[in-house]
Write a new protein. Structure first.
Lengths: 347, 335
């Protein structure tokens, strides 16, 4: 399946960050990929056909990604690429599966990758967590985690330093979004700069929390320094989803296109669109509550910020002023990233 | 003012599930936890302040049905405003369902002859293949089964917006003077330069009334095109009947019920972090919209396509219109 995600330029000539998606058959690799990047509803993943050959999916967010979705029986030899080509290897384990086989296979891959490039990100998704109750799934998660580490050390003590990351995920809630966001963060070279921008934005706009979301996949590519509260993250995710769904609902066949036209007329063609969608949801009580703002930053990204409703209403001008500068910053970073990736191919 | 609403249908057809979805804000995924309804569960749902829906969720097991039709006959079927009869689309025993349905209909005609009847062909999500033709067949069967009683048939599922569509239509018939609300909403829409204004009930987010489309810019030959654009499905449109007007926007036909569904979902997300949804404003590429409190128990959604209209202006308009709508609503309910 192909993704264009708004970019019209041929996607071939960009150097993409590659992610390898591995796991036993029926562990949920394709489901994860489809739910995150193809807008498939979790229920529909039930009907997905087994993947029989390696499928390379591209997705453009703050960095261009290429996700290799592999069939369950892929081996180092049939992969057709060196493990050092990948920036991140994700291994999906079904929480209900017997662990012995998948763990052994996973470690084979991880050790090979680690030896080729010690900086590679190794991620373990303990998946289909929805099958168990809260207590039981955490117990299982810990158990798998311990088992993997034990087996790894059995093979050799040298692998103690291997940077393994474990995530407990399910496509039926937000855990897959949160986990994949964290996977993504490690691949974004410009992350510290984005985070700095968010920190400055939060401080100057009296926002308690801000996320930079990829709108289509609802992954957050960066956030400010304050800790991420799962509840807030989930709400932001749902909010972006709601806005995505609202757009086409009241789309006017005669007037909607003209809205964008007006704005592009006022600006020079080179500077791109000057109309940036925005939204705000106010939570009760109406004056002392919280407001969750949404500002489009680039066609792919949007800034979500949490602040007191009173601040939002009284200092809206300041907020929007800050957003303009934040937007410029992010756009510049994206441009540098883009140039670097185009450039590196020429060299 | 009280309105008695009978919710009937075979056991396990989904009566309590839909009640919990519409009136208790529970997500569809949790309906599997609901137990069987024993006898009749009565609920008083405050709808639009003074209008109270007296919801009779009637357990559908045979022994209960038999008793509704014999010993409890007069209690159950007296003073009914609306009867909603739920059929499973893939029922195990349709002939039996229909026998009970006919008996209920007879009883209803005897005790509350002016009650309106709605038939919901439920669990449409289970239909494989073409849902449209299946529903059309059911609709014909059920209409034939109802004889000369006027019935309205909807295909519904708790997993999509169809349930909101059906219930919005149902409550629309209960609200007295809905046409007056429509008229005022239309005036309000003009004042806001809005394409459309929609009034929702606060807790259920069911559509109470919508503005009628703006007056035609006098081009009669193109007005014909509208005929094809308005019917979302074979049932009639929620808005009060208006003269055919050219629909230049051709908005999505399922927008009202989809909006109900989306806002309910967002409200649910808010409640999970112990917050309560209050208001929403959007300036999207496609349109500008404000969703805000109108009266104590209604919300209003203003949809504008004119890019020069600011959300702040819409909000001020809502604030100034509040008083008027509060009065209007009280009038229409006490009338």
């Amino acid at each position: 399946m192909q993704h264009s995600n708004g970019t019209k330029s041929p996607t071939i000539d960009v150097q993409r960050t590659k992610i390898l998606l591995l796991g036993q058959r029926r562990s949920g690799k394709t489901s994860i990929q489809q739910v995150l990047f193809n807008d498939v509803s979790p229920k529909q993943t039930f009907y997905l056909e087994p993947t029989t050959r390696i499928v390379k999916d591209t997705y453009d967010t703050v960095i261009p990604l290429e996700i290799w979705d592999c069939p369950g029986n892929v081996t180092l030899d049939t992969l057709g690429a060196s493990l050092s080509d990948f920036s991140s290897i994700i291994f999906v384990i079904d929480i209900q599966d017997s662990y012995q086989q998948p763990v052994a296979r996973m470690l084979d891959f991880f050790i090979a990758a680690y030896q080729e490039s010690p900086d590679i990100c190794l991620e373990v998704l303990v998946h289909k967590a929805e099958a168990f109750t809260d207590d039981y799934k955490i117990e299982n998660f810990r158990h798998i985690q311990q088992r993997v580490i034990d087996e790894l050390l059995d093979i050799s003590q040298d692998y103690e330093q291997m940077p393994l990351n474990f995530h407990l995920t399910s496509v039926y809630d937000h855990s897959i979004h949160e986990a994949f966001s964290r996977v993504l963060h490690k691949l974004i070279d410009s992350l510290p700069y984005l985070e700095d921008l968010l920190n400055v934005f939060c401080a100057n706009s009296q926002s308690s929390k801000a996320f930079l979301f990829d709108v289509k996949s609802r992954l957050y590519v960066a956030t400010d320094a304050s800790p991420v509260d799962t509840g807030t993250h989930n709400l932001c995710c749902d909010y972006v989803k709601t806005l995505n769904a609202f757009g086409p609902l009241y789309k006017s066949s005669s007037s909607s296109a003209a809205r964008l036209l007006r704005d592009s007329r006022s600006s020079s063609p080179s500077s791109g669109p000057s109309f940036y969608p925005s939204a705000a949801v106010t939570l009760a009580p109406s004056t002392q509550g919280t407001t969750l703002t949404y500002h489009s930053i680039t066609p792919q990204l949007a800034l979500l910020a949490l602040m007191h409703t009173a601040v939002f209403e009284e200092q809206r001008g300041l907020l929007e002023y800050n957003v303009v500068f934040f937007r410029e910053g992010v756009q510049e970073i994206s441009q540098v990233e883009k140039d670097a990736r185009m450039g590196s191919l020429v060299v | 003012m009280k309105k008695k609403v009978l919710l009937m249908g075979a056991s396990g057809s989904g009566k309590t599930s839909m009640r919990s979805l519409i009136f208790s804000n529970n997500p569809a995924s949790l309906t599997s936890r609901l137990g069987a309804t024993i006898d009749v569960e009565q609920n008083h749902v405050r709808f639009l302040g003074d209008l109270i829906l007296n919801l009779w969720d009637c357990g559908g097991q045979d022994s209960f049905m038999d008793s509704y039709l014999s010993t409890q006959r007069s209690t159950i079927f007296q003073h009914v405003g609306v009867m909603i009869y739920v059929f499973e689309v893939e029922s195990r025993d349709m002939p039996k369902d229909l026998t009970y349905y006919r008996d209920c209909l007879d009883a209803l005609r005897k005790y509350s002859s002016d009650a309106s009847v709605f038939l919901l062909v439920h669990k449409m999500d289970l239909v494989k293949g073409d849902k449209g033709t299946q529903l059309e067949r059911k609709r014909r069967d059920l209409q034939a089964e109802s004889g000369d009683v006027e019935v309205t048939v909807f295909g519904t599922s708790i997993y999509d917006e169809s349930l909101y569509k059906a219930w919005s239509r149902i409550v629309h018939t209960i609200i007295p003077n809905a046409a007056v609300l429509t008229k005022h909403l239309t005036t309000f829409a003009e004042a806001c330069s809005a394409t459309e204004v929609i009034l929702f009930e606060r807790t259920t987010f069911l559509v109470i009334a919508t503005s009628s489309p703006p007056a035609p810019p006098a081009s009669s030959q193109r007005a014909l095109a509208n005929g094809a654009a308005t019917p979302g499905s074979s049932s009639t449109v929620v808005t009060a009947p208006t003269s055919p007007v050219e629909d230049v926007h051709k908005l999505n036909a399922t927008r009202y019920e989809r909006t109900s569904e989306l806002i309910k979902a967002l409200k649910h997300s808010c409640s999970r972090v112990r917050e309560e949804f209050y208001a929403l404003e959007m300036e999207l590429p496609e349109f500008t919209a404000v969703l805000d409190e109108m009266t104590k128990n209604t919300y209003v959604l203003i949809v504008v396509h004119d890019p020069t209209i600011e959300t702040a202006a819409l909000k001020i308009n809502i604030r100034t219109a509040r008083q008027k709508f509060e009065e209007l609503q009280n009038d229409s309910i006490s009338a």
